[in-house]
Design a protein around this ligand. Sequence first.
Ligand SMILES: NC(=O)c1ccc[n+]([C@@H]2O[C@H](COP(=O)([O-])OP(=O)(O)OC[C@H]3O[C@@H](n4cnc5c(N)ncnc54)[C@H](OP(=O)(O)O)[C@@H]3O)[C@@H](O)[C@H]2O)c1
Length: 366
Amino acid sequence: MSLHHSGSPASPGLPILRVAVLGAGTVGTEVLRLISQQGSELAHRIGGRLEVTGVAVRELGRDRGEHVPAHLLTDDAERLVREADLVIEVMGGIEPARSLLLDAMAHGASVVTANKALLAQDGASLYEAADAHGVDLYFEAAVAGAIPLVRPVRESLAGDRIQRVLGIVNGTTNYILDAMTRSGASFDDALATAQELGYAEADPTADVEGHDAAAKASILASLAFHSRVRLADVHCEGITAVTAQDIAAAARMGRTIKLLSIVERIEEEGGERISARVYPALIPDEHPLASVAEAYNAVFIEADAAGSLMFYGQGAGVHRPPPRSSATWSPPRALACTGEWGPANPATQSSSRSRSTSCAAPSTSR
Ligand SMILES: NC(=O)c1ccc[n+]([C@@H]2O[C@H](COP(=O)([O-])OP(=O)(O)OC[C@H]3O[C@@H](n4cnc5c(N)ncnc54)[C@H](OP(=O)(O)O)[C@@H]3O)[C@@H](O)[C@H]2O)c1
């Protein structure tokens, strides 16, 4: 049960990389499209031919379009992950995603996940499993939409000391607040427009109540400060109480209201603690984050040596899967930087595999 995507015939001699995809929804379908259409290029960059060995879903009978062939669908995700070199988890939720990823790593597979809820709730056990089993855990798409943030923070700023991260990491709420700012619309009207245009889900609770931004704040804190910040530790306030009058009053003070995820070091007597919070913040109009419009995301980092840095790019928008999936797909791009890619499970493949320690999951200790 496998599919050699378009890259395989053009990539003779390269080792086979068996890829298990968990989920074929919005993101999974796009990931499969990318593998199918860009398989050859990816194979050369990664140094391995991508072979999708199966796609785990709940409903086997549903037609999922040309990039999700019916013969690859399976409801036996447990078996699928045990026979893979790379597992791409885009099913969402806590279980069975968590157990499947742990099982995959225990069997020697590197994993890619876009699952911010899982990372926020129990990222520590995933990071520890990756360390324990000597495999890689990638989660670029779980933090800030299409913005490649994880590797710059983890690698480029590795020798620096990050003091604070301010993020507009939820495109839906940024779209709504931006629409309210530009047009004077009420929250309800701006939300309705966002839903019509596909920027907000039919049930927008996770976005407008700040839960999505809080999950990302927890991941950002872990990344920036090598600390364990659980979702429950993040103070969370959404945008449902923001009125057109609030926005007008802020404008008169030269301020713009943005939903910010803020994680920072707080020096106190006897040591240091990490603060993580999400709330609608008043930003001075001249601050770069104030001009982040529509559904764009931006992350502003303050570090001792580098000073202020801003990363900017497309964020959420349920009608726009390609940017997200590009970020989801960045881990195999990262694998390309490691040089040779061989199978993760030496019991089933003969060629060797080199692992990039610089691409490893963040340390869980402080
Ligand atoms: N959508 C986005 O904009 C976006 C952006 C960034 C990150 N993410 C993250 O990416 C992940 C996937 O999001 P999505 O929007 O693609 O979700 P989705 O459209 O709901 O798709 C989920 C897929 O996973 C499958 N699935 C769910 N539970 C399963 C189980 N127990 N066993 C087997 N298959 C199961 C579903 O199967 P059926 O089709 O048979 O139901 C479906 O194919 C989530 O963690 C989400 O937070 C999403």
